[in-house]
Design a protein around this ligand. Structure first.
Ligand code: FES
Length: 231
């Protein structure tokens, strides 16, 4: 082994100079670090990372099967609710624009010529117009031959009596009130006679009835010229 403390012989090549510096690092590049996850912004406006998200997800109860509602799903539900409310409001508006129509019979109507009627009670306009048309040779009040109109509303509580031709009377099915063909009450709880309505001849010769005008016997109104049509 050569003595390193001896000086080198003349002409000999100089030995390499030992250096106190540490050896240089190898030229090879250090191993690449895993790419950092891109930060994301959650719904609350906080910045988070996929790792943090994964940590959050991992905290869910494994038995929890409820779906996570995304922002898009929330928007879809909100739009759906808004559309349904708008449709309901539109339907209500349409219903308001087309209200139920109550088809009541007219208060004034013609029933034909006097010659179309025989003596007695005519029931042809009971159902459609709520009146009986009566032809008589001698009216109770007017003491003349002609026509009068009886309203079919019972003066007790408003039921519609039936005409019993064999007994020449009107009989109310509700509480048993009875009325003569003149309209005078004679049995049951009805407190007063049936009402009469206006009856006149129209220009074309037909009988015209006007239910908007009524005549009450107990008030002395059956004597009115338009409460009886003289023929
Ligand atoms: Fe006609 Fe009562 S309603 S008797």
């Amino acid at each position: 082994m050569a003595d390193e403390t001896k000086p080198p012989a003349p002409g000999a090549p100089a030995p390499p100079v030992a250096s106190s510096a540490p050896p240089a690092a190898p030229a090879a590049a250090p191993p690449a670090k895993p790419a950092a996850a891109a930060p994301a912004v959650n719904l609350a406006g906080k910045t988070t990372t996929a790792a943090a998200g994964a940590a959050k997800v991992s905290t869910r109860d494994p038995d929890d099967t409820s779906p996570l509602v995304s922002r898009r799903a929330w928007l879809a539900m909100a739009w759906g609710a808004f559309t349904a409310a708008s449709a309901a409001a539109l339907a209500a508006t349409g219903r308001f624009m087309f209200p139920n129509v109550l088809n009541e019979p007219p208060q004034q109507f013609k029933v034909g010529l006097p010659s179309d009627f025989g003596l007695g009670v005519d029931e042809r306009y009971k159902e459609s117009n709520g009146v009986w048309i009566v032809r008589t040779n001698d009216d109770l009040v007017q003491r003349a031959s002609g026509f009068y109109v009886l309203n079919t509303t019972c003066t007790h509580l408003g039921c519609t009596p039936n005409y019993l031709a064999a007994e020449l009377k009107f009989k109310c099915p509700c509480h048993g009130s009875g009325f003569r063909t003149t309209g005078i009450n004679f049995e049951g709880p009805a407190p007063r006679p049936l009402e009469r309505n206006r009856i006149v001849l129209a220009e074309d010769g037909q009988i015209l009835i006007d239910k908007s005008r009524k005549f009450q016997y107990e008030l002395g109104q059956w004597i009115d010229p338009e409460a009886f049509l003289r023929i």
